[in-house]
Unconditional design. Sequence first.
Length: 233
Amino acid sequence: MASKSLYEILELSSNASPESIRAAYERLSARFDPDQPENAGKPDMKLQSEAIKEAFLMLGNPATRAQYDKKLAVRNQPLLQNIEMVEAFWTTPKIIVVAVVVIIGGTYYYKHSREEARHAAEKAIAAAKAKEAEEKGKAEAVQAQFELARERDAQRLEDQQRRERDVALRQFSADQRVNQSSQQTRAQQERADQQRQQREEAQATAAARQQAAREKAELCRLERARYGRAISC
């Protein structure tokens, strides 16, 4: 991977759009995913996947991509294009030293840029996770408020039903007491009617006995007046 540029790792040209870079990253990540069954037992899959990820972290950020493009442009320029062959100062050893310095500096710059890209990507991921957690917290708060409102409505409905049952029970108890009072009144009235009827019957019997006694006494009087003695008495 060291001989390839980040664009070559993503199989793109240097003028690729951000959308093309993301699409290439998603496509290649799926192809070289070491966790896929078809990639099992292939140790280079993990290295390829890491290289793809690092390339996306660098090229997916506009700032780090611009820095990398500058470095890539410098690296692609011939190292000896401005060297005048007539100057004896630029000997082959010195050129080699300069080339080594440039390579070391470029490597350091590349690593530094890659670290900055990683930090920027991690910061963006952390911010996205924080926003997601915040949205999730808001959604959970709304859900909790909804559940609380539903519980309150259920409690109010239960309280209303209990009050209605209490009113119905009180009304039933009052009706029962009225019915019992009516039954007691009717029973008392029936007993009074029965007692009155018994008194009337007793009075009628007594009156009948008195009438019979008067009639018998009158009969005896007539018998004594007619026959000189009372035959029926």
